[in-house]
Write a new protein. Structure first.
Length: 202
């Protein structure tokens, strides 16, 4: 029996991506700044925020723009957390503006997690349609730790159903293709992560 909420979930994903696209455009950073941010490593990103060369919000916008580009070309994302990511980034910017202190060594760093890790209030389907709308009640330990260090989760990424495949495809989210050649696979089980990383979307 097909879960009747599958199509609803897929429509919600598309809507969330379009809202993210609009939020990125509204944020308004220059291409030059965004290119500098996405070409930086974690330490450089945090240092840039600390030295006030850019903000957590600008950082999130830069990486979300790339994550959307990656998804448009490879179908690599599943759960979309763009809206809460911008909210958290704003809170971090406010905290830093008031105190001059970073939240932690990942302050403002955008992160994605493959769709096997629990993120509170979001599904962890591993590609199973029957697991749609079964929201996680709490974060996985790794997710919680990343948040506590100042990391900002922007999305979950596609995986093969059951995680046991060298291809990244499942009945819920479809196939993630290779960023260099869409006739080839992006691999598994971290195919979605591989694709988004290729575009500096995480």
């Amino acid at each position: 029996m097909v879960n009747p909420n599958v199509e609803k979930k897929q429509r919600l994903q598309l809507k969330s991506i379009e809202l993210g696209r609009a939020a990125v455009e509204a944020e308004g950073s220059s291409k030059r700044l965004r290119d500098e941010i996405i070409s930086s490593n974690i330490r450089q990103i945090v240092t840039g925020i600390k030295e006030r060369r850019w903000t957590a919000t600008q950082t999130v916008a830069a990486f979300i723009a790339q994550a959307i580009k990656a998804h448009d070309l490879t179908n690599c994302l599943t759960e979309i957390l763009f809206e809460p990511a911008f909210k958290v980034a704003g809170e971090l910017d406010d905290h830093f503006g008031r105190t001059g202190e970073l939240r932690g060594p990942l302050h403002g760093v955008p992160l994605t997690f493959k769709d096997q890790y629990n993120i509170k209030d979001y599904d962890n389907t591993i590609g199973f349609t029957h697991w749609v709308d079964q929201h996680a009640k709490e974060d996985a330990e790794l997710v919680a730790h990343a948040r506590s260090l100042g990391g900002i989760i922007i999305a979950k990424t596609n995986v093969p159903q059951t995680m046991m495949s060298f291809e990244c495809v499942n009945p819920l989210w479809g196939r993630t293709v290779n960023p260099y050649d869409d006739k080839n696979t992006s691999g598994g089980s971290s195919g979605g992560e591989a694709a988004v990383l290729r575009f500096s979307g995480s």
